[in-house]
Design a protein around this ligand. Structure first.
Ligand code: PMP
Length: 442
């Protein structure tokens, strides 16, 4: 069957693959043929823009994980200490989640077969939504295919062209895209600057449109915590809707990882809470929590919900198992924070800029090592990889120009020995490359 498919693929490309019928060979050939398409003049501007990235030293190749998303794993065939994933609590390969996924697959199949509103709402999807709603202490919840679609789908459907969105300048891309899709007027306030947000709210106080104040609960690139409390108070004062994106706060902040609303004691004061199932929860997906009417409205109007197929049952089952673990094993979150405190303390002691100088200071397990220059950052990341430490280099446009960094993320599953080894490598490579002071003086 596979051989036949390969032969058909080969034929359609007019290739030699039909000769051998080896599908691996045909795949190689197919990739080659596809890459040749980019030399067509219609796409020459894409090639030019990639050439620009190469010239700036920020072009990257995807690193390929050969085994599980674990503290020690193999990328591109090299054994590394993995400090790059969002698998905060080690749940991505927890045996209980794996078993739950397998059991659900055997019972309910691999696919849901349709979008939620047509025929793709399975009992297990409803069970997951109820479980998250109870966990977050809200009336209701809707699960989306990802955190990205949860943000973009919610913002774009809650607001319309006569409305206003007041958004922190460092909010996630999915919020920005959702805001653009809504066609609401976008007012960006300076990062975590409540006074600036209030100024903007005052300016539009007499406008008839709805207003939405939105912040990340934890900012993904710097690891600082959003001023959810101050913004919620402003939203209350000016009659605005309050929304928070807890992608990096879910499973990390608040009791048992309930997120920033719980962390700040703001239950009932935040109208729209978004979270992700793709990071600490270890699987895939996003959700919006709030009132029953908010969720019913999103069932009727959020476009990713209406127009894109729902999760496979395995994902829903694994997510439910993860929430049980959050409830039962808070010690995982304690281990995560203790690893983060230890690691960040040691980095500071070694003289690294881990934020707090020209960029916000991290308050969570997200650990940026600020380098500044994009090329130097990518070179540092590659050198670390060669020495057995996986830390992703992040440059413009993901972070502002001049603020490139290697971003490291701790998990509850890293051992002290692994962290010490990573610290030794970081310090040695940074000195060699002139990123840390002592080497510059030599
Ligand atoms: N919001 C923030 C702040 C994020 O960092 C991310 C993930 N990069 C998302 C939303 C999107 O989440 P997901 O990966 O589940 O789509």
């Amino acid at each position: 069957m596979v051989r036949r498919t390969a032969a058909i693929r080969g034929e359609s490309l007019g290739s030699v693959t039909a000769r051998g019928g080896d599908w691996r060979y045909s795949r190689l050939f197919e990739v080659k043929a596809m890459s040749q398409l980019t030399t067509r003049p219609q796409l020459a501007h894409l090639t030019a823009s990639l050439d620009e990235l190469r010239a700036k030293g920020t072009y990257f190749k995807l690193r390929i994980l050969d085994d599980q998303q674990a503290p020690i794993c193999h990328y591109d065939g090299r054994k590394v200490i993995n400090l790059a994933s969002n698998n905060y609590l080690g749940l991505a390969n927890d045996p209980r989640l794996i078993e739950a996924a397998l059991a659900a697959t055997r019972k309910f199949g691999v696919g849901s077969g349709a979008v939620r509103t047509i025929a793709g709402t399975m009992r297990i999807h409803m069970d997951l939504e109820e479980k998250i709603a109870r966990f977050k202490n809200v009336e209701a919840c809707v699960v989306f295919q990802s955190g990205f679609t949860a943000n973009a789908g919610a913002v774009s459907s809650i607001l319309g062209k006569d409305d206003f969105i007041l958004s922190d300048e460092l909010n996630h891309a999915s919020i920005i895209d959702g805001a653009r899709l809504s066609r609401a007027k976008i007012k960006v306030f300076r990062h975590k600057d409540a006074a600036h947000c209030e100024e903007l709210l005052k300016e539009i106080a007499n406008e008839p449109g709805h207003k939405l104040v939105i912040t990340d609960g934890v900012f993904s690139m710097d690891g600082d915590i959003g001023i959810v409390d101050k913004l919620a108070a402003l939203a209350e004062k000016y009659g605005a809707i309050m929304m928070v994106d807890d992608a990096h706060a879910s499973g990390v902040l608040g009791r048992n990882g309930r997120g920033s609303v719980d962390h700040f004691g703001l239950h009932g004061k935040v109208d729209v809470q978004v979270g992700t199932l793709s990071k600490a929860i270890g699987c895939l997906g996003g959700y919006v929590c709030g009132s029953r009417d908010l969720i019913d409205y999103l069932y009727h109007r959020a476009r990713p919900f209406l127009f894109s197929t729902s999760h496979p049952p395995a994902v829903a089952a694994a997510c439910m198992a993860a929430i049980d673990i959050l409830e039962a094993e808070p010690e995982r979150i304690e281990r995560l924070w203790s690893n983060a405190r230890y690691f960040q303390g040691e980095l500071k002691r070694a003289g690294f800029n881990v934020g707090g100088v020209t960029t916000p200071a991290s308050e969570t397990p997200i650990t940026p090592i600020i380098i500044g220059d994009g090329r130097a950052t990518m070179e540092f990341s590659r050198a670390l990889f060669d020495e057995g430490v996986m830390g992703t280099g992040i440059a413009f446009p993901t972070v502002p120009e001049g603020n490139a960094r290697v971003r490291l993320i701790l998990t509850s599953e890293h051992t002290k020995a692994q962290l010490d080894q990573a610290l030794e490598t970081l310090e040695r490579v940074a000195k060699r490359m002139g990123i840390l002071e002592p080497a510059r003086k030599e």
